[in-house]
Design a protein around this ligand. Structure first.
Ligand code: GCB
Length: 648
């Protein structure tokens, strides 16, 4: 046997043996997909809505609003789902509301769903910010702590009680942030009655984006058989021209299931088959998954069809079919490089927010498609999901287009020492579990980020991040883990545990404002110190400057288009020296302007976008576009359809 083949076999054996170590949790949150055995009913559109404006925000629970139609409890508003509720009315009290809001609507469910005892009916909320309680026909079915990640409940038993009756879904959502939520926040009561009315309180947050709230992603009902494919995990590898997909399938509702697994290529040709809950699919002449601008054919995906059959106690055959897109690729980190498929990958990308006019953080396909078109126009090959997990539909787009993702959890603004306590850590570990379970199969996701700019110099930060990073690695041994820092290299307690240093800096903006000439020296010092101390590859995970679009000055002054261009160019000169050594990426802050809380440093939001909030380019966008296409030309292979350089 030749060496690469032997190495591959060993790696496959290792992959099988390490299943438990690789993916310790198996509570299954497969993205709902229709199949021959699964149906979906989308519940998006207008819901009735009522904010609980009572002084203690608890009237809804005291009066049990979930027991009848919300419209019978008092005045309701039309509220679109998905959307943040904050910006869709003219009411400042609703824009800045803190506390419980209530949604409800009636749904017509196919009678056979409720009537058939072999059908499992699941209600799924893609995300609701922040704390949610869900009832179906007045029966509580779910409670979930945390925005940005999906949660589910089996509701067949409630619907089945009266299959032909309309089904009322009520969702109460509370956006209050405390020192133990992620992100953390605190409620402050203003008790000086000479300055504030009685009972006045504010929500303090320690992050720089608006605390949009409501039902932000799709609400769905979907079916599976009672015995069903609950989870699938794939780990991919290759040697020479042979790819491998080591898989593990978790089945629920039956202990004996027979499985047929078939992997098909893009043209629908079956390239590998298997049976059994765990196994390895071998793919000859493999088409690897490559990032955008690194290969002529980026984002190549196979389809893995899992076909499960069980015979239930009554002798009836139950079948379930689930098809998972699979990209075959590897990720490795050395002390100076980030390797995808063993080739150096340089992140030239952006940081984003889920944020837009009117919708706030509500999922919106036109916005998603526009943003992907803009990223590709820019020549960006990657982004970070600053500062929370994005919608799964966005990750599917990344898989298909070859856009590389640093997947960040909502650990942003951990600044108060009380947010390093046991309860906070326990919740943080849970959230990482939910995130890894949701996103582990996306080839586009190449690294986990467990936090953004925590107070990593505080004494408890060392133990906190050591535990959190070790836990994340125990959930997924196949991807590097980082957190994003901006603190002093020598006092950063978590840095010894990360695989890649991600550092944010705003030279000549927050420090030495207006002094463009100091950027190159200070940035050079930053890189040398971090690398000198840790010998790990570094990503400049944020840099930038605010621009009020249309403001100009020469010589450049802060907030003008020219100043942003100068900041970018000054950083780029240093990146160009250091990327020959250990700098493995640069992510601009930010892709687009976004809304923040009101404050004296924010002019209707953060204006560091290279695009406006309406996605129109500022001068900085052209500077970056020119650079990113040049970088792509040097380091990658441009797809044949690319018009570069004529399109510049
Ligand atoms: C940062 C934060 C980001 C802010 C940005 C800024 O370091 O990570 O959330 O928006 O700076 O513009 O201040």
């Amino acid at each position: 046997m030749n060496c690469p083949a032997k190495r591959l076999q060993l790696r496959v054996l290792l992959a099988c043996a390490l299943w438990d170590a690789c993916y310790a949790t198996h509570y299954g949150m497969l993205f709902p997909r229709e199949s021959a055995t699964r149906e979906i009913k989308e519940l998006n559109g207008l819901w009735d809505f009522r904010a609980d404006m009572s002084p203690n925000r608890n009237l809804g629970f005291e009066q049990a609003w979930y027991k009848r139609r919300l419209a019978e409890t008092g005045p309701v508003l039309d509220m679109p789902v998905p959307a943040s509720y904050n910006d869709v009315t003219q009411d400042p009290k609703l824009r800045d509301f803190i506390g419980w809001v209530w949604y409800d609507r009636e749904v017509v469910v196919p009678v056979r769903w409720g009537a058939d005892p072999r059908t499992r009916v699941v209600l799924r909320v893609g995300s609701a910010h922040y704390y949610s309680v869900v009832w179906v026909n007045g029966v509580k079915v779910a409670e979930h702590d945390g925005g940005h990640l999906p949660f589910e409940a089996e509701v067949g038993h409630v619907i089945g009680a009266n299959p032909s009756a309309p089904c009322r879904i009520t969702i109460a959502v509370n956006n209050t942030l405390t020192l133990e939520t992620l992100p953390p926040g605190s409620i402050q009561y203003m008790t000086d009655l000479t300055k504030y009315p009685k009972g006045y309180f504010v929500q303090n947050t320690y992050f720089d984006f608006f605390n949009y709230a409501g039902i932000h992603r799709s609400v769905l009902l979907y079916t599976t058989p009672q015995a069903y494919v609950n989870d699938i995990t794939v780990v991919t590898d290759f040697a020479d021209s042979v790819g491998t997909v080591a898989y593990n399938v978790a089945v629920s509702g039956s202990s004996v299931a027979s499985l047929k697994i078939a992997l098909t290529d893009r043209d629908g040709r079956c390239v590998a088959t298997s049976t059994g809950l765990t196994g390895v699919l071998k793919v000859a002449d493999v088409m690897l998954w490559w990032p955008y601008l690194m290969h002529v054919n980026p984002g190549y995906l196979y389809s893995m069809e899992v076909h499960m059959q069980v015979v239930d106690k009554g002798g009836a055959v139950l079948e379930d079919v689930y098809t998972l897109p699979v990209g075959i690729r590897t990720v490795k980190v050395t002390s100076t490089q980030f390797l995808i498929n063993n080739k150096p990958f340089y992140f030239h990308g952006v940081n984003k927010h889920e944020d837009s006019d009117l919708r706030g953080k509500g999922f919106d396909w036109p916005l998603v498609v526009k943003d992907f078109n803009l990223m590709k126009w820019l020549g960006a090959n990657s982004f970070r999901t600053s500062h929370y997990p994005y919608a799964e539909e966005i990750l599917h787009m990344c898989d298909r287009h070859g856009i590389v993702v640093i997947d960040e959890c909502p650990g942003v603004g951990i600044k108060d020492i009380r947010s390093f306590g046991n309860a906070s850590l326990a919740h943080h570990l849970d959230v990482m579990g939910e995130l890894v379970t949701r996103d582990k199969n996306h080839p586009s996701v190449v690294m986990w980020s467990v936090a953004n700019e925590p107070a990593s110099e505080m004494p408890p930060a060392g133990v906190y991040f050591k535990t959190l990073i070790a836990h994340t690695k125990s959930l997924d041994a196949t991807r590097p883990v980082t957190y994003v820092t901006n603190s002093n290299y020598a006092r950063d307690k978590g840095a010894p545990f990360v695989d890649v240093i991600c550092v944010n800096s705003y030279f000549s903006w927050y420090h030495d404002p207006g002094q463009l000439e100091v950027i190159s020296l200070q940035l050079n010092t930053q890189f040398e110190e971090w690398y000198g101390k840790y010998q790990k590859p570094i990503i400049q995970s944020e840099y930038g400057a605010d621009v009020v679009p249309g403001l100009h000055s020469d010589p450049p002054m802060m907030f003008t288009e020219e100043y942003q261009v100068m900041v970018l160019q000054s950083y780029h000169k240093v990146f160009d020296q250091k990327r020959k050594q250990y700098v493995i990426g640069e992510l601009i802050w930010n892709f687009a302007d976004f809304m923040t809380a009101q404050g004296v440093t924010r002019v209707v939001g953060n204006k560091k976008g290279i695009f406006t909030r309406q996605r129109q380019p500022k001068a900085g966008a052209y500077t970056l576009k020119e650079r990113y296409w040049r970088l792509a030309n040097e380091t990658g292979i441009l797809p044949p359809w690319t018009k570069y350089p004529c399109s510049l």
